[in-house]
Design a protein around this ligand. Structure first.
Ligand SMILES: [Zn+2]
Length: 230
């Protein structure tokens, strides 16, 4: 696609996933070596079998994942317009691993971008997590993320969702739990395990597209996240 950047990671056998989620398993269900019969026709085809969490690969969390209140939306209940929005990306690639990004650091990154945050925006946050950690054991534990007040700062600017490359939006443990609860309080959500965010830095405003699968009661869904320019 002209003017597009693919923001999704590949899904493959044993993709690195959050330690509390089931593993990604993909295998060949049948292939062209196997001849099949349909009436008088003999044919071959290839099909994979997939087994994975609804949080596998690049995905968006549904409110029901982190909001314990009855009626919190599952992924099939979230309006599709939430996944097709205007967007910007902030450069936070300089933050140390395991760091909780402060509001001052968010304000500085926004100023540096020369952009503004508008209501319903998707705000992507490049922390150079994939460059520093993907494929290493530290990927599951050492990522930086947002401090609680920075999640609230984004929500106060009226965003719809934000997105990160790490498996969690905030550093592991209590900060991550608090960041998820802040999303519940403020009615926003976030995406995890994004890719190629470095390609968006310095390129201004774009259209973000990342529709979830229609998983009944889904607590999240893998997405094919794309930035469209022009
Ligand atoms: Zn999450």
């Amino acid at each position: 696609m002209p003017g597009s950047v693919d923001l999704s990671r590949e899904i493959f056998h044993r993709t690195q996933t959050h330690p509390s989620h089931p593993p990604v398993v993909t295998t060949v269900w049948n292939d062209h070596a196997e001849k099949k019969q349909a009436g008088n026709t003999t044919f071959t085809s290839k099909v994979l079998f997939l087994s994975m969490s609804d949080h596998a690969g690049t995905h968006v969390d549904a409110p029901v994942h982190f909001d314990p209140r009855p009626g919190a939306a599952s992924i099939d209940q979230v309006p599709l317009a939430d996944f097709y929005t205007s967007a910007i990306c902030l450069d936070l690639s300089h933050v140390p691993l395991k760091h909780a990004i402060t509001v001052r650091e968010m304000e500085a990154a926004l100023a540096e971008s020369g952009q503004e945050i508008r209501p319903r925006d998707t705000v992507l946050l490049w922390m150079a997590v994939n460059e520093r950690l993907l494929g290493k054991p530290g990927y599951l534990h050492d990522f930086p993320g947002l401090a609680l007040e920075s999640v609230r700062w984004l929500a106060d600017r009226g965003i719809g969702m934000f997105g990160v490359e790490a498996i969690s939006p905030a550093p592991e443990g209590e900060p991550n739990f608090q960041a998820h609860m802040a999303c519940a309080e403020r009615g926003i959500t976030h995406m995890e395990c994004l890719a190629n965010l470095h390609s968006l830095v310095g390129r201004g405003r774009f259209t973000f597209i990342g529709f979830p699968l229609k998983i009944r009661g889904g607590t999240a869904s893998p997405i094919r996240a794309v930035a469209m320019f022009g």
